[in-house]
Write a protein that binds this ligand. Structure first.
Ligand code: GUN
Length: 317
């Protein structure tokens, strides 16, 4: 038996069609939601991610502002960039693409973003609101995973969920969201003992360790739901062959391009899981969809009919 494939592109399209109605209402009220993406230097992966985010804005009719400070920019210079975006009326959402160059203090930069424009959900105020189970901007990748689970009818209440990875961007917020959905949550990481044994107890596995094809079939209880957050670029031919020995199409693509995109989950897991997200075309499209959703929400809260939440946070920052 093969797992059901949880198609992220279809779920993204559903979310976009819901967002289009909301955007049309804002445009009719004279508000065009705007996203500013700050990309420091020219890390190729960051460039690609930011250009996909800007393209999504164009597709939905949102305004976008691509800000590209030099890699040599100091923390002080970047704080000035963020402060200017905080002030701008036409900017509803601000994202600073991570990672930043090593000489820049990322905490200072993230703390400077107005929490009411923090569409990545990385500001400590929004992190705290998420932990407390109060409305906030939720980091886009774990928010996207929740959309996949909900819209695919996967039961979370009472489920054993294992989150592999404890990053601030994915693992930690993912654990909170699953907990709020009444799952019993275990967070594993590189120092966890007997990782495969712990993972095998899970009804839902979220793999977010950043290690190509690390989660093999022996980690998975038959029938479990497996969400693969990994986006690893494999350039080593022997490693590509280890992963894709039974997938001639993937190996042909590797030989043509010199690299192949691999999730954290080994492709053989599809034979044992009940449902699984592919890479590419699983979680990835949802990350951008949730960024769009958060930007529209930011515009609505800040410039739409107005709420106590927005008024408080705009006034304070
Ligand atoms: N780097 C990797 N993932 C993300 C993300 O979701 N947002 C930002 N700003 N940077 C990232």
């Amino acid at each position: 038996m093969s797992a059901a494939i949880l198609n992220g592109n279809l779920i993204r399209d559903q979310i976009y069609s819901e967002l289009r109605a909301e955007i049309a209402a804002l445009l009719a009220a004279g508000v065009r939601p705007g996203l500013a993406a700050v990309q420091v230097g020219d890390n190729p992966a960051s460039k690609l991610y930011v250009s996909s985010k800007i393209a999504a804005c164009g597709k939905l009719g949102l305004a976008s502002f691509h800000i590209t400070p030099a890699a040599s920019s100091t923390t002080t210079e970047l704080l000035a960039v963020v402060n200017e975006l905080n002030r701008r009326e036409d900017v509803d959402g601000i994202l600073v693409q991570m990672p930043l160059p090593a000489h820049v203090d990322p905490k200072k930069i993230l703390d400077a973003v107005n929490p009411a424009k923090d569409v990545d959900g990385f500001h400590p105020l929004n992190v705290g609101r998420l932990v407390a189970g109060r409305p906030s901007f939720v980091p886009c990748t774990p928010a996207g995973v929740m959309e996949i689970l909900r819209r695919s009818g996967i039961t979370m209440e009472g489920a054993n969920a294992v989150v592999m990875g404890r990053s601030d961007i994915v693992g930690k917020p993912m654990a909170m969201l699953l907990l709020h959905a009444n799952a019993t949550v275990t967070v594993c990481h590189s120092k966890t003992k007997n990782l495969a044994e712990v993972a095998r107890r899970a009804d839902i596995v979220v793999a977010a360790m950043g290690r190509a094809a690390m989660v093999t079939a022996d980690y998975i209880c038959p029938g479990a739901t497996v969400i693969d957050v990994g986006q690893n670029v494999v350039t080593d031919a022997a490693e590509a062959m280890r992963i894709f020995a039974n997938f001639p199409d993937k190996m042909a693509a590797f030989h043509a391009k010199g690299s192949v995109l691999v999730g954290d989950v080994h492709p053989d897991v599809a034979h044992i899981a009940g449902a699984i997200t592919p890479v590419p075309g699983g979680v990835g499209p949802l990350t951008i969809a949730m960024l769009m959703s958060n930007t529209v929400k930011a515009a609505r809260l800040r410039r739409g009919s107005g709420t106590a939440w927005a008024a408080q946070h705009v006034a304070r920052s």
